[in-house]
Design a protein. Structure first.
Length: 494
């Protein structure tokens, strides 16, 4: 691509003015800032130290104890290195955006930012302007729910002990938990009238009509063969997201638009899930694995399916009724939130979450720039959706056991299919060994996956301690069952 092909005269259309010298200098400073893009002295020292520990780990004759200590030290240095790199890159990005303010033409400045950085100017400028306001007295009415005898159950949404399985079984819900729950949350909890006042949408009634049809369609797109990843799981995640938005320490750093986006992200996050995980898709080179190049295969499919429904059906396109800036923000947010539910990203997500917690503890840290504030807020929303998606071990025991049984059955159904196809059985998917080791497996999942992720959340959001208390109680339950050598049929026979 030549300079003339990408110049603002063609991209922005302001009178054919060529890329002037000021604009060119800003591009150079943004992309090629000398020195600052390279590692600082402390960062280099940490890298060298980590590399030397790596060399030592390759030495013969290490005792298991020494090797474990070296691996722990290497991991600590890696985390420190990532933290230093994050701080350095944010400084570079912030300075680059500052340089761009020198440009004498808004079109020039926006052209550079949009084409040569990952910054999202519209979202960064607007995401903090859609503020929470006092509870509106003009919320959508409950007319839709007057005929629903399960209104008492709906009013419990947002409580930690909300039981999505029991809710979906109610006669009035008609096996459409996403539709009923989603319409209730969007119409009564997402402050559509306030969003109208703020210019996010023009007609709450029209928006609600299209959103309702969209949510009903989602219910039909979740597949019945997915024992765990069906529409009841989506409803459970929606209810858990609602719990987060009722916590004062979380609510104060989010907006009504974030609330709407998060409810919708929870509703779509597993739509069309076939009951076989990403590893299975890749091993079998399924159509989806080929389409998405083995990268977050199902997560890409889920969010693409949701946008396909809206763009292919005008009567379901609630997204198109939003203002342009809101559409940009939700498009970015919805994609990021759903992709963040990929378990392959869990370890990296956990490390980044711990870095954020440490940053928040540093009371002397300056307030982030708009772009950094946007990224931090979106990361927090990614985090609470992922946390909601894996929250079952943190729920009251009866609910926890229901979901444990469902996920194990889905895993074992995948393992049976892998055996039928002559493929290696994926981890946790072998029913024969899994039935005798349920407590041990659940303890490992809690200790190595759930606790390391949820405990930093409780530091960021102190009101979330209720989840940690339940998690500890469930951990003690599984420890007791492990001591008793209790097997699957004994645990779930009741």
């Amino acid at each position: 691509m030549t300079e003339s092909d990408s110049s603002p005269s063609k991209q922005s259309g302001y009178g054919g003015t060529p890329l002037n010298s000021l604009l060119r200098d800003a591009v150079r400073r943004t992309l090629f800032r000398p020195g600052e893009k390279h590692k600082s002295t402390p960062e280099r020292l940490v890298t060298v130290a980590r590399a030397r520990i790596g060399d030592a780990l390759c030495s013969p004759g290490l005792t298991p104890e020494i090797k474990a200590l070296l691996q722990s030290a290497e991991e600590t240095l890696r985390t420190a290195e990532q933290g230093l790199a994050t701080a350095r890159l944010r400084t570079v990005a912030s300075q680059a955006l500052t340089d761009l303010k020198e440009l004498d033409h808004d079109a020039s400045r926006n052209y550079v930012v949009e084409n040569f950085t990952e910054a999202d100017v519209a979202a960064a400028e607007g995401h903090d302007k859609i503020v929470n306001s006092p509870t509106s007295k003009r919320h959508s009415t409950m007319d839709f729910f007057k005929a629903v005898a399960s209104i008492e159950a709906l009013e419990r949404v947002g409580n930690w002990d909300f039981d999505a399985v029991a809710f979906a079984a109610l006669e009035d819900v008609r096996k459409q938990p996403i539709s009923v729950l989603g319409q209730y949350l969007v119409s009564t909890r997402c402050h559509l009238a306030d969003l109208q006042d703020q210019g996010v949408l023009e007609d709450p009634a029209k928006f609600m009509s299209k959103a309702s049809d969209f949510l009903t369609e989602l219910d039909s797109r979740y597949l019945p063969q997915a024992t765990y990843h069906g529409n009841i799981h989506a409803a459970d995640v929606m209810a858990t997201i609602e719990w987060f938005f009722r916590l004062p320490s979380f609510k104060q750093c989010t907006t009504h638009l974030d609330h709407l986006m998060s409810v919708m992200a929870a509703a779509i996050h597993d739509v069309g899930h076939p009951g076989k995980n990403n590893m299975f898709q890749s091993k079998t080179m399924s159509e989806l694995a080929v389409r998405y190049n083995d990268k977050s295969v199902l997560e890409n499919f889920h969010v693409a399916t949701a946008f396909g429904i809206m763009l292919g059906n005008e009567g379901m396109n609630w997204f198109g009724l939003l203002s342009e800036s809101a559409r940009q923000y939700l498009r970015k947010g919805l994609i990021g939130m759903v992709l963040a539910t990929d378990m392959a990203k869990h370890a990296k997500h956990t490390k980044e979450l711990k870095i954020l917690v440490d940053t928040k503890k540093d009371v002397g840290s300056p307030a982030p720039e708009k772009q950094a504030a946007l990224e931090q807020k979106l990361f927090l929303l990614d985090t609470v959706l992922h946390a909601s998606d894996i929250s079952n071990p943190c729920k009251p025991r009866k609910i926890m056991l229901e979901w444990t049984q469902r996920v194990l059955n889905e895993f074992w159904e995948q393992g049976a299919e892998e055996k039928r196809l002559g493929l290696p059985v994926s981890p946790l998917c072998d029913e024969e060994s899994g039935r005798v080791d349920v407590p041990k497996g659940q303890m490992g999942f809690i200790n190595f996956v759930i606790r390391p992720f949820w405990e930093p959340i409780a530091e960021l959001i102190p009101d979330a301690k209720e989840a940690i208390d339940c998690l500890e109680a469930n951990k003690a339950f599984w420890e007791e069952k492990e001591t008793e050598k209790t097997q699957f049929d004994q645990i779930f026979s009741a």
